[in-house]
Design a protein around this ligand. Structure first.
Ligand SMILES: Cc1cc2nc3c(=O)[nH]c(=O)nc-3n(C[C@H](O)[C@H](O)[C@H](O)COP(=O)(O)OP(=O)(O)OC[C@H]3O[C@@H](n4cnc5c(N)ncnc54)[C@H](O)[C@@H]3O)c2cc1C
Ligand code: FES
Length: 271
């Protein structure tokens, strides 16, 4: 089942329902935008005008994956407070207005015949992959997730899995369990014991390359959500181009905002 693209794309001022820090470095926003939330699909994103309640913030919008969406759900974003745009977003308070453009891009695809998927996420890449857990659960597809984080404080397993019933295994920089060699061993066990029908990743170039290699070795299809700095977010400026192999194996320059952000795992090239 193609979970995107959705039909509706809108520029809208919407009200903040909730604005909360999550752990030491992350923040979540819930927005009152029922039609946009219902039209959004896992893996799509919005382009946010990052201005706080006093109107302070950068000129250019910032892309942000949809973390929560669906009929009757607030539209949610979960982000790392990194620079001036995300800092301005984190200063928003309930009742403030936020200008959003979206939902944008092509999201993830789930096949109704699948019984199990494996998700490998690092850091805030879990925000991008989180809505996939709910979509999979609704289709009766079991989710096996490996989440990589600096430490327990940065994990956000609850923010990832919600009530989806996903089986989560955490690996951490502290202790070395998130090193590529250790994750390689862990994933090989998983792929051999409970072979998934597809694999998904976001948030780390090293883990993307690892999963690409393992998925090719085990003959399992996969999808990756790429991140690239963006200008327009609408396919016009070509500032978000990444190299991706086309169906003939030729390298094509594709726009992450328009042809992505989700690409076939074997077609996407590392940066
Ligand atoms: C499709 C898409 C979905 C995204 N979803 C999320 C999400 O769900 N949660 C989240 O926390 N972040 C997400 N990002 C990244 C987010 O857009 C950037 O962190 C944000 O734009 C930074 O803005 P800023 O003004 O706070 O920082 P800036 O002041 O613009 O930059 C701070 C630092 O971050 C670097 N940076 C900025 N944008 C990116 C980027 N796209 N990739 C890598 N480095 C970058 C800059 O080079 C600089 O070093 C997503 C990006 C894309 C393209
Ligand atoms: S950000 Fe302008 S084309 Fe993608």
């Amino acid at each position: 089942m193609d979970l995107g693209p959705a039909a509706l794309v809108a520029e809208r001022n919407v009200a903040v329902i909730e604005s909360q820090p999550v752990g030491r470095r992350y923040h979540r926003l819930l927005l009152d935008a029922p039609d946009l939330s219902a039209a959004s699909r896992p893996g799509q994103f919005f382009h946010l005008l990052c201005r706080d309640g006093a109107g302070n913030g950068p000129y250019l919008r910032r892309p942000m994956s949809i973390w929560r969406c669906g009929p009757g759900e607030a539209l949610g974003f979960l982000f790392h407070v990194k620079g001036k745009g995300t800092a301005a977003l984190a200063r928003l308070r309930a009742g403030d207005a936020l200008s959003v453009v979206g939902p944008l891009g092509h999201g993830f695809t789930l096949d109704p015949s699948w019984r199990r998927i494996l998700i490998l996420a690092r850091g805030v890449g879990l925000a991008t992959l989180a809505p996939l857990t709910g979509a999979a659960a609704a289709m009766g597809i079991a989710v096996d997730a490996v989440l990589s984080a600096r430490s327990q404080d940065d994990l956000m397993a609850e923010a990832f899995a919600g009530a989806s019933g996903a089986r989560v295994t955490a690996v951490f920089d502290a202790g070395g369990t998130s090193e590529v060699g250790a994750v390689d061993v862990l994933l090989r066990e998983r792929l051999a014991q409970a072979r998934p029908d597809a694999v998904f990743t976001c948030g780390s170039n090293r883990l993307f390359l690892l999963l690409q290699r393992l998925a090719a070795e085990f003959g399992i299809p996969g999808q990756v959500a790429l991140e690239q700095q963006m200008g327009c977010g609408l396919g016009m400026c070509f500032c978000c181009v990444r190299q991706v192999r086309d169906e003939h194996g030729e390298i094509a320059n594709l726009r992450v905002c328009a042809e992505g952000p989700v690409f076939d795992l074997q077609a996407a090239l590392a940066w």
